[in-house]
Design a protein. Structure first.
Length: 278
């Protein structure tokens, strides 16, 4: 089951120093994750690697930053996985239906610039908005293979800490455009919905924040907040070594797109990673 690309990089790839601070985090990133069923057929698989991610400083920023990415993924034949991109969880399949659930991490947001080894987003443009704390989240997911060239997925983010940060849902349509022994090219379209708490946390501006930051007050209600298009290409250099390239674009909409903190509604993303599996 391929993880849907989420706004918080469901799950985000974590830089090395970050592993000392938190549980391996959510993937909800724009990433290429092998299907759990395929991993189970191979037995236990350990994948190590690294690379670079490029994304906006925060959702709605007009500035980008590059961050170091660490890939560490251990998938067991029984469906249990421990991963910097998927969290800690379990996944399996029954016929055309895939299911999984994981404990993961949604990164926080700072009201100041952050360096390249920080898992938090942030920008000086948010001065006065205050920090949004990161939260541990439960990430359940369902996927269904409609045809050989089309699958649908539904994933949720349910916080178990910092619960006022709110819940989010992501619905994805995934299509393998090309598959060969050495290459795979995948297209994913994702629609993201946020609860009222989620929307107010990441796109709203309350009275205190308005007074401190100078942004006009903005009450963000629940609803669809983003549409994403992502293309992932994976090339196997050898049976063990692979290169993964991902590119995408996210369009903010609704109360998110109308937020005064949003400088640009359309945000490109990209990543390059090299991995070794054994």
């Amino acid at each position: 089951m391929r993880n849907i690309a989420l706004r918080h990089q469901f799950p985000p790839l974590l830089p090395p120093r970050s592993l000392k601070k938190i549980v391996p985090g959510v993937v909800l990133a724009f990433l290429t994750t092998p299907t759990l069923a395929a991993e189970q057929n191979q037995g236990n698989v350990l994948t190590l690697g690294g690379g670079v991610d490029i994304a906006r400083r925060y959702s709605g920023s007009d500035k980008s930053r590059a961050t170091t990415a660490l890939v560490l993924d251990y998938s067991m034949a029984n469906g249990v996985f421990i991963s910097t991109t998927r969290g800690i969880g379990y996944g399996n399949s029954v016929g055309k239906l895939d299911y999984n659930a994981a404990l993961s991490y949604r990164a926080g947001r700072k009201d100041r610039d952050v360096n390249s080894d920080s898992i938090s987003s942030g920008s000086d443009d948010l001065r006065g908005m205050g920090d949004v704390k990161g939260s541990a989240i439960i990430v359940p997911g369902l996927g269904y293979k409609v045809t050989d060239w089309l699958s649908v997925q539904l994933q949720a983010e349910v916080p178990v800490s910092e619960r006022n940060n709110g819940e989010a849902l992501h619905f994805g349509i995934i299509s393998p455009l090309y598959t060969s022994p050495k290459n795979s090219l995948t297209l994913a379209l994702t629609t993201s919905w946020g609860s009222s708490k989620y929307m107010q946390t990441y796109y709203g501006v309350n009275a205190a924040q308005s007074a401190a930051s100078g942004f006009s007050r903005h009450d963000a209600g629940s609803g669809i907040y983003a549409y994403s298009l992502n293309v992932d290409w994976t090339h196997k250099l050898t049976p063990d070594w692979s290169v993964a390239v991902a590119t995408g674009v996210t369009q903010l909409t609704g109360d998110a797109g109308n937020s005064p903190i949003v400088q640009r509604k359309t945000s490109p993303t990209g990543s390059l990673k090299v991995t070794y599996s054994f």
